[in-house]
Design a protein around this ligand. Structure first.
Ligand SMILES: N[C@@H](CCC[C@H](N)C(=O)O)C(=O)O
Length: 617
């Protein structure tokens, strides 16, 4: 059986369709496959045959076809990775369009369940099966009713520069505002991961159309859209929680993608920076997966594998092979994941831990705000990353972060991306959830406006320079403070709060500011973060509350100017007008990789610390 290179478009010229053997339909978190045994490698399958078979309307329907063939036989047809002969069975994975793929994270579990069900391997509890794939030999373990696959090591094709910037490509997704910076990850099949802000944005993505990736990846790519929900703790282990949707190369939107879940967890970990969890719960439309990121760069994926039906192709029905019953529940299916995570909510209504807020804050997923290509701020980003890495490597790290509840920072601030928006250029209507003033808590823990002038089309957002300086000075390791104008809580540029082009564009300190979808959430988050009490007009009946209100911004920021770049604190002047629309200003400039070598390994070894306080130019 001849095999086109991975990711290649299927050859539509097919000779006579093969006589399919008995097929088994299985799935892992809704990523479904047709599986067959071709131990002797006799089946001639052209890509168009696969496409016909997996067609959901004219064929049997599946996201992919998996052929089990003995490794010795498979090696006759295609150059398998070195060492493949250590495994008895080769997983020949085909996407629904007939193109081949290097690996399939859901498929490999289902493949092992299939081999066990066929009696081709033994898989006792605690045992394992080695599987040859185009990504090398990978081991699948049975742990009770769960299967866990060693997925090999992740690679970031963009190398150090991409890790430092958090992105190396731009991605346009129908239904999602703007171009998003994306991080390319090889697992080893190609993935690009982008972040969105919340569940609504995740749901809004129209994946009936393939996302556009710039620059276009030569071998195509899978694209994951990730909403980082936060963190939980279970039995002493911290778990990052993300929700993900995927557009698969060679298929379209699927309900799940195992390699994609690993890539998404890795990207979220890079964006979250130092101290990110090693373990991730990944919610996908078809279920839940668990990903573990080893410090040495290894990745493990746990999830269900279910065989749901035997399929006898029509052209076999008249043969002597009597069709088996259509659906045969097998004692060898592995239907659970992570029973222990079945109660992890997809949309936690209320964060329960400080760490939860921290992660959400780190990964906010605002869109890229200009049309510049990434790379223009690469030098700056790379320098910042260098500094961060030096800190990780034993140099000085900021000891603490700005704590508005303790320091009397009395400023009305915008989240970073809003300031960029405000300082920016063209007009555009910001999403409703953005039209809420960000406030910092006063020392008494309450959050209140410093100043609000109703019915004026101009907001003076004043930052008390002395307080800000003192606050930052107290919260940053000695020697970090060089200038008064601060860029506290420097976010990762990939996720919405990017590097400023010019000093005057720096926002006032905006620590612990959370972007949430509604007034209620905003209040909760502020309460959680600052220990304060805040009211939001419009969210609830304000008369029942005793504290000052935070009114949603009634007008759109149309023009802004931030002054005071040199010394004693900044004054941000934002001009607002009603009914104008504005587009987000350009401040997000993730670097493209240069000619750097791909980087493999643990993100903690290379990533910058996104929450360090950085002061001065
Ligand atoms: N479409 C992918 C291959 C299949 C990935 C799979 N769904 C998974 O679970 O990892 C590609 O072409 O790379």
């Amino acid at each position: 059986m001849s095999t086109p290179p991975a990711g290649n478009a299927p050859d539509s010229t097919s000779t006579a369709a093969p006589t399919w053997p008995r097929l088994v339909k299985g799935h892992g978190t809704g990523n479904d496959f047709l599986l067959l045994v071709d131990s002797g490698g006799d089946l001639a399958v052209a890509p168009a045959d696969v496409a016909r078979l997996t067609d959901r309307h004219h064929g049997v329907g599946a996201d992919g076809l998996i052929r089990a063939v003995r490794t010795t036989v498979a090696a006759r047809d295609e150059a398998l990775p070195h060492g493949s002969d250590a495994a008895e069975w080769f997983m020949d994975y085909r996407n629904a369009d007939g193109s081949v793929a290097e690996m399939c994270g859901n498929g490999i579990r289902v493949f092992v369940a299939f081999l066990a069900d066929e009696g081709l391997v033994d898989l006792p509890d605690g045992g394992h099966v080695d599987v040859a794939t185009r990504a090398g030999v990978l081991r699948v373990h049975r742990v009770g009713a769960e299967l866990e696959a060693d997925m090999g090591r992740w690679t970031v094709p963009g190398g150090e520069a991409a890790l430092a910037a958090g992105s190396d490509v731009l991605v346009t997704v129908a239904g999602v505002d703007g171009q998003r910076p994306g991080l390319s990850v090889a697992m080893p099949n190609p993935h690009v991961v982008i972040a969105v802000s919340d569940a609504a944005e995740l749901a809004a993505a129209d994946l009936t159309r393939a996302p556009l990736v710039d620059p276009v990846p030569g071998a195509g790519t899978n694209v994951e859209i990730v909403w980082a929900q936060g963190e939980i703790e279970r039995d002493g282990t911290r778990w990052g929680v993300i929700s993900m949707r995927v557009h698969e190369r060679g298929v379209g939107e699927t309900l799940s993608c195992g390699t994609g879940a690993c890539a998404a967890a890795l990207a979220a970990s890079v964006w979250a920076g130092a101290g990110a969890p090693a373990d991730w719960v990944v919610h996908v439309p078809g279920g839940t997966l668990a990903v573990h990121l080893d410090p040495d760069g290894g990745v493990a994926l746990r999830g269900p594998a279910q065989l749901v039906a035997d399929v006898t192709p029509a052209d076999r029905e008249s043969s002597s092979d009597a069709p088996r019953e259509l659906s045969r529940p097998s004692p060898r299916t592995f239907p659970t994941l992570p029973e222990s995570f079945s109660d992890v909510p997809r949309e936690p209504s209320r964060p329960s831990a400080r760490a939860f807020l921290t992660l959400r804050e780190r990964i906010s997923g605002a869109p890229r705000e200009d049309s510049r290509r990434p790379g223009s701020a690469g030098v700056r980003d790379a320098k910042d990353a260098e500094t961060a890495r030096a800190g990780h490597a034993g140099g000085r790290q900021p000891e603490v972060l700005l704590d508005p509840a303790r320091e009397r920072v009395r400023a009305e601030v915008l989240a970073h991306h809003e300031v960029r928006l405000a300082v920016g250029r063209q007009a555009r209507q910001p999403p409703a959830q953005h039209r809420v003033h960000r406030r910092l808590a006063d020392a008494d823990g309450r959050v209140r406006p410093d100043r609000r002038e109703a019915h004026v089309a101009r907001h003076l957002v004043r930052q008390d320079g002395a307080h800000a300086r003192r606050a930052v000075g107290l919260r940053v390791a000695a020697g970090e403070v060089q200038r008064a104008l601060v860029d506290v809580d420097r976010p990762h540029p990939c996720v919405g709060r990017g590097v400023r082009e010019r000093e005057r564009d720096r926002p006032p300190a905006a620590p612990q500011v959370e972007q949430v979808t509604g007034a209620r959430g905003w209040r909760h988050l502020l309460q959680q973060q600052a220990g304060g009490v805040v009211e939001v007009v419009g969210g609830e009946d304000a008369r029942r509350r005793r504290h000052p209100h935070l009114a949603p911004c009634e007008a759109d920021v149309d023009r802004a100017q931030q002054r005071g770049g040199g010394g004693g604190g900044g004054e941000v002047v934002l001009a607002v007008t009603h009914g104008s629309s504005l587009s987000r200003a350009a401040r997000l400039s993730p670097a493209r990789p240069g000619a750097t070598a791909p980087t493999t390994g643990a993100p903690t070894a290379q990533k910058p610390s996104p929450l360090r306080a950085r002061v001065g130019r």
